[in-house]
Design a protein around this ligand. Structure first.
Ligand code: ADP
Length: 161
């Protein structure tokens, strides 16, 4: 059984992330989407809230699990028996950081492979930061995030004001 981990901040999950999850779920037997704790990032949603938003939108994908971890990514991968790490690549600007991460992860856990999926053309511009910026200006979020979570993002942004 090929288990893949798709790690990230997902603050919040976007249509770009969801596109990667769908495509990965068609390739691997199981995909664990893992919301990683990152003490350097101040987030809009806490870990549990991010997990809950992802669970709501991946509900119909039977081989996708949603998880959270404070472990080092490779330690998390080992703990769930995953041999693949999935990352999405949007542009050349993503490449340098991603290549460095993949190299470090391989060094720490030689049995793990990082697999890059090219962002769908429709979502190459899209990031969680763009979503957070747009919602502050009252923009329509339907081209950016799954419909089911739009109101959560609007409400959360209002609380922070
Ligand atoms: P991180 O903080 O780990 O970069 P993100 O939540 O920003 O977490 O992204 C998680 C992964 O999803 C990364 O590999 C990122 O490149 C990828 N990703 C983000 N947005 C998109 C998108 N629009 N299309 C494809 N992949 C994306």
């Amino acid at each position: 059984m090929k288990i893949a981990v798709y790690p990230g901040s997902f603050d919040p999950i976007t249509l770009g992330h969801l596109n990667i999850i769908r495509r990965a779920s068609a390739i691997f037997d199981r995909v664990n989407v893992c919301v990683m704790h990152n003490s350097e990032k101040i987030t809009l949603f806490n870990l549990q809230e991010r997990v809950e938003l992802i669970e709501r939108v991946v509900g119909r994908l039977k081989n996708v699990n949603v998880d959270t971890s404070e472990l080092l990514l490779v330690e998390y991968a080992k703990s769930v028996g995953a041999s693949v790490i999935i990352r999405g690549l949007r542009a050349v600007s993503d490449f340098e950081k991603e290549f460095q991460l993949a190299t470090i992860n391989k060094k720490m856990y030689p049995r793990v492979e990082t697999v890059f999926l090219a962002a769908s053309e429709k979502y190459t511009y899209l990031s969680s930061s763009v979503v957070k910026e747009m919602v502050r200006y009252g923009a329509d979020l339907s081209d950016f995030v799954p419909r089911e979570i739009i109101q959560d993002i609007i409400d959360k942004t209002k609380i922070g004001r």
